[in-house]
Write a protein that binds this ligand. Structure first.
Ligand SMILES: [Zn+2]
Length: 291
């Protein structure tokens, strides 16, 4: 009963927040950590919320340190969707102290991650962020993105109960679109000439698993590769006949450029943090298929 009462009061607080936002003819603001989450929330919530992204453009989500201004901005909202990124824990804890009604929703809830420790989610108390770590690049798997979409809609329905039917409709449409993208990527990669995929930063592990590819990663523990590791990757990539090397705009492209030059491959810059999720997926498949 106590839990139910707490939940009701939390919903009431959120309701009041969203209602007052509407009164002022301003949309309620929902925060996300990175642009692909913004794509998802915008798809699902449509015009009913304003989505803002915590990670500044060009920043590295693994090492980013939020400013006091970010804490204040976040504390002025009611709802934030996390993903299990390192910068979220302190940010959400500090914002939660300024605004105890801040609702923190783990968009990655229930999604098993590579390299994650054992961890249980403890409901909705402010400041709780999954700190068990693990590979956070789950949005690059269509299957895991569908799970993120379901988590998101559950939280939006609690915050905006009057939007329930619209949210359910948007969820069905979004899941259809994600599956359609998945099928297009799968079809294109079925006959990809090379199944070894060379990347600088290991963003694409979940994607690679989904489509039967193996990743060769240049970066070592978040740092530029040692000469020995670079030589090893060059040897493997040459043997496999790799024709394209992926680098990301958030990191130094030099090691990837060196590798590409050595093996006579093309260097491509692809941003896995792009908000345009469907075209990101299709573009990557196109590059890997050698089209
Ligand atoms: Zn990353």
């Amino acid at each position: 009963m106590i839990n139910r009462a707490l939940r009701a009061s939390l919903l009431f607080c959120l309701g009041t927040f969203f209602a007052s936002g509407t009164m002022a003819r301003e949309k309620p603001v929902v925060f996300v950590s990175i642009p692909p989450q913004a794509w998802l929330v915008k798809r699902l919530a449509g015009e009913s919320v304003e989505v803002q992204t915590l990670l500044p453009a060009g920043a590295d989500p693994h090492t980013y340190e939020p400013s006091a201004r970010q804490v204040k901005r976040l504390s002025e909202t009611a709802l934030v969707f996390t993903l299990g990124l390192p910068f979220e824990a302190r940010l959400v804890l500090q914002a939660g102290k300024l605004n105890p009604a801040l609702k923190v929703v783990a968009m990655d809830a229930g999604i098993p991650k590579h390299g994650a420790g054992t961890h249980e989610h403890h409901g909705t108390e402010p400041g709780h962020v999954c700190a068990a770590g693990g590979d956070p690049h789950i949005w690059l798997s269509p299957r895991l993105l569908c799970a993120m979409a379901s988590n998101t809609v559950a939280a939006l329905e609690a915050a905006l109960p009057q939007q329930g039917a619209a949210l359910e409709g948007a969820l069905a449409k979004t899941l259809d679109d994600i599956r359609e993208t998945d099928e297009a990527v799968r079809a294109r990669l079925r006959n990809a000439p090379v199944k070894i995929w060379v990347v600088y930063h290991p963003s694409w592990r979940y994607f690679a698993e989904e489509y039967g590819l193996s990743l060769l990663v240049l970066e070592q523990d978040g740092k530029a590769p040692a000469a020995r590791h670079l030589a090893e990757v060059i040897r493997h990539a040459k043997e496999a006949g790799v024709k394209v090397v992926f680098a990301e705009p958030q990191y130094d492209v030099k090691p990837a450029q060196t590798l590409a030059t050595h093996i006579g491959a093309r260097l491509v810059l692809v941003d896995p943090l792009s908000e345009a999720w469907p075209s990101l997926m299709r573009d990557v498949a196109k590059i890997l298929a050698g089209d």
